[in-house]
Design a protein around this ligand. Structure first.
Ligand code: NA7
Length: 542
């Protein structure tokens, strides 16, 4: 890995996940001087950081990769839903093919930036994560590809720092791994990370204690092993599947049914749910009836189907009630479901306890375990914090980027996210973000967004270059209009009826608002294209 010597770049990209790598490759090929700064010591973004036991993609492999044929032609996945190590193998493959690493500065965390109005450049400060030394670089454009989950959220729990055993957040898992065999393991959190670490650790741990606050409405993954023939067969459909992405709500190769759950007979509805359930993966969520996010009564049919399927797998009725309550705690699918393999059977094991934090909240952590409100101490050797992220905005607000008015993203977003087209904010000229707030981001498959939203960013920079322009900034009026548009769309949905990271409510003090664009990818892309056609409407160019 060489260190770029240029300290004056056309584009500085932050983050070496799908979005950042796509920017690097596209812009470099167009002749821009580009460097990626990446805090991790390798590429992969979330797949660098999330290497906890069981960390796994919950998008099926054909769609969880770049769409370029020269990249997929000679790469085979071994599983339909690849584990973190396989995703890293994929990134290494991409790196070999495209020689990306030579333009990435690893272990380099961007900590701040200021805009030099005279030179129309960002002066960006970075810290070497190995030595602690800081350095700076100048770039005409700053493109943030910090992803939805680069800032882990650790709740304030009394005594957490006194725990004497191993304690790790899932997204800061030791790169060398941690063997939980024969250990007493506690997991706080039952989101996607919690579900995965729980089902992976349960067979090996001497004892597993799960601290659940809200039950996860997890869906069957239906994992498949893929041999060469299976890969060959899948690849025949890739061009069609990739082409379909831009036409579907969430950038997948399938979409919602063309009817609502209440428009069909009870028999037909059940038959559709059964079929989706058997297919596995997110189709029970993003391929189901088209009113599921909008109509509470329709949604209730999906919840009832899910509940009955899950309860049938749990032997103890009291445990079943905690994991799949008779009465839904929130609508189905408006809090992100996870994919599971044997998650519910885990709770039939003798070595597994489920602690319902709604009945007995955590009171404190001690050197030897977790004490709950009923006075019980749960003795632990390993404490896993599967407590999620300051999602979507956290990666951006964590960097001390100074606006032209002197405030930071954290200041500007404190009262609520402000963006134009989910890609830029007034006061931050020449700064664009991919997979950020008020863009499809959390509602869209990651690699899809990296490419399709990424193309818009590349086109925008090309427009600037071809027209001899050197400054672009979103207007406050455009932000206002985009914010209203997102709010109007949100008001028609059921998303506000759950407490979730989609709504920002997992982090105390964070403004409650839908962080992703709920109008679907095709509408989003159309609005971005229209703005570009109208000479980048909503931006001031100079
Ligand atoms: P999530 O989905 O935000 O899950 C975090 C979990 O941690 C969730 O079950 C939370 O309960 C729980 N949590 C958070 N704070 C606490 C406290 N203070 N006490 C107890 N439990 C707590 O994060 P993940 O990493 O699992 O997944 C994030 C995304 O990564 C996922 O959606 C995929 O896109 C991949 P809650 O539900 O808030 O009651």
């Amino acid at each position: 890995m060489s260190t770029p010597t240029s300290d004056e770049l056309d584009v500085l990209v932050v983050g070496a996940g799908f979005a950042g790598l796509y920017q690097l490759d596209r812009l470099r090929n167009l002749g821009y001087s580009v460097t990626v700064f990446e805090a991790g010591s390798d590429l992969g973004g979330v797949w660098y950081w999330n290497c906890y036991p069981g960390a796994r993609v919950d998008t099926w492999a054909p769609l969880y990769q770049f769409s370029r044929e020269d990249l997929w032609r000679d790469f085979d996945f071994t599983e339909l839903y690849p584990g973190w190590d396989e995703v890293r193998r994929y990134f290494r493959h991409v790196d070999r093919k495209l020689e990306l690493s030579k333009d990435i500065r690893f272990s380099t965390r961007v900590i701040g930036a200021e805009f030099d109005e005279e030179r129309r450049q960002w002066e960006v400060r970075a810290r070497d994560e190995r030595t602690g030394e800081t350095s700076s670089v100048r770039a005409r454009y700053l493109v943030l590809c910090t992803g939805f989950g680069s800032k882990p959220y650790v709740p304030e729990i009394r005594g957490l720092d006194t725990f004497a055993g191993e304690c790790h957040h899932t997204a800061r898992w030791p790169q060398g791994g941690l063997d939980v065999t024969g250990k007493r393991v506690g997991v706080i959190g039952t989101g996607a990370s919690g579900v995965q670490v729980i089902q992976e650790s349960a067979p090996d741990a001497a004892h597993l204690t799960v601290f659940q606050r809200t039950p996860n409405l997890a869906l069957p993954m239906r994992q498949q092993q893929l041999d060469e023939a299976a890969n060959r067969a899948m690849k025949e459909s890739y061009p069609e599947r990739f082409a379909m992405r831009a036409t579907t709500f969430a950038g997948f190769d399938y979409d919602f049914q063309d009817k609502g759950a209440l428009e069909v007979s009870d028999e037909e509805r059940t038959a559709v749910y059964e079929k989706l359930w058997e297919t596995g993966g997110f189709v029970s969520w993003l391929g189901t009836f088209n009113d599921i996010f909008f109509n509470a009564e329709a949604n209730a049919t999906a919840y009832a189907f899910w509940r009955d399927k899950v309860r049938a797998r749990i032997t103890d009725p009291a445990t079943a009630e905690k994991l799949a309550p008779t009465v839904a705690q929130h609508p189905f699918g408006v809090k992100r479901p996870s994919l599971e393999q044997r998650y519910y059977e885990v709770y039939n094991q003798d070595n597994v306890d489920l602690v319902d934090l709604q009945d007995t909240p955590i009171e404190r952590v001690t050197a030897t375990g977790v004490v709950t409100a009923d006075g019980r101490e749960h003795a632990l050797d390993v404490l896993v914090l599967a407590t999620g992220f300051d999602a979507v905005t956290g990666g951006i607000t964590a960097i001390d980027i100074c606006s032209t008015k002197g405030d930071s993203f954290a200041d500007v977003f404190a009262a609520g996210t402000r963006t134009h087209l989910g890609t830029a904010t007034a006061g931050f000229p020449n700064l664009l973000y991919v997979y950020g707030p008020q863009s499809p981001s959390a509602f869209c498959n990651g690699p899809t967004c990296a490419e399709l939203q990424g193309d818009w960013v590349v086109q925008c920079l090309e427009h600037m270059r071809k027209n001899g322009l050197t400054r672009i900034e979103a207007t406050p009026e455009a932000e206002e209009a985009w914010g209203e548009h997102v709010a109007e769309l949100t008001a028609d949905t059921l998303f506000p009826f759950a407490k979730s990271w989609y709504m920002g409510d997992n982090v105390p003090g964070k403004k409650r608002e839908l962080l992703a664009y709920p109008g679907g990818l095709p509408t989003y892309l159309q609005k971005c294209a229209e703005a570009a056609e109208r000479g980048y409407e909503g931006f001031v160019l100079g």
